[in-house]
Structures are given as structure tokens and as C-alpha cells.
Design a protein around this ligand. Structure first.
Ligand SMILES: Nc1ncnc2c1ncn2[C@@H]1O[C@H](COP(=O)(O)OP(=O)(O)O)[C@@H](O)[C@H]1O
Ligand SMILES: [Mg+2]
Length: 235
């Protein structure tokens, strides 16, 4: 049995649409394959429950959709804004309590935020507040293109120092790399330490034969992150 310490991995990003769900589902699958008891949550969402369904499936449907995503609002807007359109209000204490309850059952929980780090989630919180309340490990996803170093460092600078120090960074490979895609990893590793910078490969649309190879490559690239969870080395 793997030595698994308690961990909440909070997947946030430099923006919306940067690959948080792609990473969260891939990482959850890799953790399941590594024998880590894990649940994946999208506690707050707006504009559809596709992310929540994908996360639920990635963890092997160990939770109901209502447990994966208890708070969902119709409008495709920041959740605080979408909630108000429905006359609803969501508070940090409710969401933090839900994540903690799930963590008691599974020990390791992958939580996807909504939007970027400072997008308003509920009346009194954004992803940064939730990260802090949960003492979670931030996992910052950023598209690997020109500008990624600045965007990654801006997100880390917005975190309290203790959280920034334990943050992991995932550069999400674009379909078409630019000249910066290769050097970004080196420079961020120099600034943050090699162990904290990871790469998520670009995943081509499904084609017969290519899937298994792509899955193996993904597992290899995410192995260092999986090992940190398995060995309780995230703090
Ligand atoms: N590594 C990748 N390979 C292929 N497609 C990707 C990759 N990362 C993101 N995408 C695509 O980009 C879009 C946004 O990604 P998503 O994970 O939903 O972003 P977020 O959760 O941050 O809003 C989706 O259509 C997703 O399939
Ligand atoms: Mg998403």
C-alpha cells in the first residue's frame, strides 16, 4: 500500500480555459492508477456541470454528482455573479466544510477552482481564500507560451508566502509550441526549483492507436507530481 499522507490539491490557474480540468482529470486518473484513495471535486461551478462530470468519472465515480459539485449556477459567469442572478448566496464556510468532509473519507482530494485564482466564487471568498481555509497545496496551471513566466509568477505573488512556497506549477503544452515553450520550463525551474515545475502534454483528438501511447506519456510526465502525493512530500 502506498504511503499516502493527507493532501488537498487545489487546481487553479492563470486564467479560465487554461487546462485546469484537463490537468485535474489526468492527475486524478494517475493517482487512482497509483493506488491512492482519491476523490475529485468541483465544489463551485457556473455555466454547466461538464467539468464536474469529467472529474467524477476520472475518480471512478466514487462520489455522486451532487457531492462532486454541490453548488452550481446556470449563467456562464463568475460564480458569485451567477449565484446572485438566482437570488442565492454562497459562503466560504459551507464550501470548506464540504471539502473537509470528503477529505475525511478519501484522504487525498483534487479540487478544481472556477476561473482564475481571484475570480469571485461566493459572497466572501475566491479560490485564494478557499485554498487558505483548506491549507491546500496550490497547483497553478498556465499555458506554456510566451508570457507564461510572468503569468505564473503573478499568480504565485498573489498567494501568501507560505502557500506560494509549496505551490506546484504545471505548464500546459499548446497544440503549437512557440519559441518560449521550451525555455519557460528551464527558467521557472531555475526560479522555483525543478521539483515544483511540471509539464502537461498536448493531447491530440482521439485517433485509433494513438491513445494508449498518449496516456503512457501523460503518466510519465505527471509521475513526479503523483510521487509527491504518494510520499507525502507536498508541504
Ligand atoms: N493539454 C491539452 N491538450 C489538448 N486540449 C487541451 C489541453 N489543455 C486544455 N485543452 C482544451 O482546452 C479547453 C480548456 O481546457 P479546460 O481544462 O476545460 O480549462 P479550464 O478548466 O481551465 O477552464 C478544453 O477544450 C480542453 O480540452
Ligand atoms: Mg474547468
Amino acid at each position: 500500500m502506498a504511503c499516502v499522507n493527507r493532501a488537498i490539491l487545489f487546481i487553479t490557474g492563470s486564467d479560465t480555459g487554461v487546462g485546469k480540468t484537463v490537468l485535474a482529470t489526468a492527475l486524478t486518473r494517475c493517482l487512482v492508477q497509483a493506488g491512492v484513495p482519491v476523490a475529485a471535486l468541483k465544489p463551485v461551478g457556473a455555466g454547466g456541470r461538464g467539468d464536474a462530470r469529467r472529474l467524477r468519472a476520472a475518480a471512478g465515480a466514487v462520489l455522486t454528482l451532487a457531492e462532486v459539485n454541490p453548488w452550481h449556477f446556470r449563467a456562464p459567469l463568475a460564480p458569485r455573479v451567477a449565484a446572485r442572478l438566482e437570488g442565492r448566496r454562497l459562503m466560504l464556510s459551507q464550501v470548506a466544510a464540504h471539502v473537509r468532509r470528503v477529505q475525511k473519507r478519501f484522504r487525498t482530494v483534487v479540487v478544481e477552482g472556477a476561473g482564475g485564482l481571484l475570480s469571485p466564487l461566493g459572497e466572501d471568498f475566491d479560490s485564494r481564500d478557499l485554498l487558505l481555509a483548506l491549507r491546500a497545496t496550490p497547483v497553478v496551471v498556465c499555458p506554456n507560451r510566451l508570457g507564461a513566466i510572468n503569468q505564473t509568477l503573478l499568480v504565485l505573488a498573489a498567494l501568501p508566502r507560505g502557500l506560494a512556497r509549496k505551490a506546484q506549477v504545471v505548464l500546459n503544452s499548446p497544440g503549437k509550441p512557440d519559441p518560449a515553450s521550451r525555455s519557460n520550463r528551464r527558467m521557472l525551474s531555475e526560479l522555483l526549483g525543478r521539483r515544483r515545475v511540471h509539464v502537461l502534454p498536448w493531447r491530440k483528438p482521439a485517433r485509433s492507436g494513438g491513445r494508449a501511447r498518449a496516456d503512457r506519456r501523460l503518466a510519465v510526465l505527471l509521475r513526479p507530481l503523483v510521487s509527491l502525493v504518494r510520499n507525502g512530500l507536498l508541504d
